[in-house]
Ligand binder design. Structure first.
Ligand code: CP3
Length: 347
């Protein structure tokens, strides 16, 4: 690998500067993405490997990030399991969400092939295109976050319908979580086999459950997924949001890095749970809405706030980049990280 900064960081090897990439780096803030999106719907874009490869490469070509993430969405496996998915002005919608035991029984565990998942074809093509220049990230939602969308039927602040099913019929909830986990395992395995060097699992809604309920319902499936993926020998990154109360638990998982939202002080994770814990994050995406000077200052401050950023740290945002982000601010963030390699190391 020509640029193996990300792999080194995830393996806790010393680097001269942290690797940097941004969650949702291929997206609406880029005019070249908008140009492609003006011709096809979001779902068509995810289902068209040629176009998916084109937009996956756009941020890398423009900014020179240290990784390329394949363009897709976490909700596609739910669609393949049997839900009708649509992306509306208010976000994703499932017209037939999972509400009853019967609905759960009807869901299938899709075979992870290129016909069911065009993203796998996109990964194969991306690998051919990128060769050994930079690592490719594959991804999926965590079982719990998939459960949230599949039972609620779309985005929500509170996921009350998901919680109602969970508390009213725990047995059914476990059955659904298990089916989701099996589907995600097959899908992530094939992403690795198709060229993904690193796999990121998004547990965006980890923070909506109490500690006890997360441990009862979500953690066993997340653990199962992670331990089943370990034989692939691909570093795993877990993203979670609003989950201070769970960071001790997450720190015990076999991960390349824990990707946290902007509310968390990353160094505090190492102070509290282990100095060698891999970290990713966690600039507030809203900082990228300001100006270049502020972006530079905050990026540097964030990195210097981590005692040993030379080992096991990946520079990123605390959540996905916002659609109104000015391009020059992204350049400022990436350049700030690149410039660190030119500064003498203070040890
Ligand atoms: O990081 C990347 O560049 C790869 C692409 C990627 C997308 N979605 C593309 C996308 C990734 C990694 C995701 C993950 C994803 N999708 C998550 C987890 C991360 C997070 O943000 O918490 C979640 C919860 C989803 C589900 C989803 N997809 C929602 C809630 C929405 C609507 C909100 C929004 O941002 O529009 C999407 C749509 C979506 N996924 C877009 C993109 C580029 C925007 C669609 C468009 O182009 O119109």
């Amino acid at each position: 690998m020509e640029n193996d900064l990300l792999l080194k960081a995830l393996n806790k090897e010393q680097v001269s500067r942290p690797p940097v990439w941004l969650m949702r780096q291929a997206g609406r803030y880029l005019p070249e993405y908008q140009r492609v999106r003006s011709k096809v719907s979001f779902l068509e874009l995810c289902g068209n490997p040629e176009l998916a490869v084109e937009v996956s490469l756009q941020p890398y070509q423009r900014f020179g990030m240290d990784a390329v993430i394949v363009f897709s969405d976490i909700l596609l496996p739910a669609q393949k399991m049997g839900l009708e998915l649509d992306f509306t002005d208010v976000g994703p919608r499932f017209s037939n969400p999972v509400r009853t035991e019967d609905d759960i029984t009807k869901l299938v565990i899709p075979e992870a092939n290129e016909e069911n998942y065009p993203t796998l074809k996109a990964l194969t093509m991306l690998k051919k295109e990128i060769g050994h220049k930079v690592p490719i990230l594959g991804f999926a939602g965590a079982p719990w976050t998939m459960f949230c969308y599949m039972t609620e039927g779309g985005s929500s602040q509170s996921f009350y319908k998901s919680k109602t099913l969970l508390y009213e019929n725990p047995q059914a909830a476990h059955t659904l979580l298990s089916k989701i986990t099996n589907s995600l395992f097959l899908y992530l395995t094939m992403q690795a086999n198709s060229g993904a060097n690193v796999l990121q699992i998004f547990d965006t809604w980890a923070g909506i459950l109490s500690y006890d309920d997360y441990c009862t319902f979500a953690m066993p499936y997340l653990k199962r997924l992670i331990s089943d993926l370990l034989p692939l020998k691909k570093p795993l990154i877990l993203y979670s949001n609003g989950s201070h109360h769970l960071l001790g638990k997450f720190s015990m998982l076999k991960l390349g890095a824990l990707s946290v939202d902007w509310r968390v002080n990353p160094q505090s994770i190492r102070d509290n749970y282990g100095k060698d814990i891999g970290l990713q994050g966690n600039l507030d995406p809203a900082i990228l809405l300001t100006n270049q000077a502020t972006v530079r200052e905050r990026t540097k401050e964030m990195i210097m706030g981590i005692d040993n950023w030379q080992k096991g740290y990946v520079c990123n945002l605390g959540h996905g980049i916002l659609p109104t982000t000015p391009i020059d601010n992204v350049t400022a963030m990436i350049e700030t990280v690149h410039e660190l390699a030119e500064e003498p190391l203070i040890v």
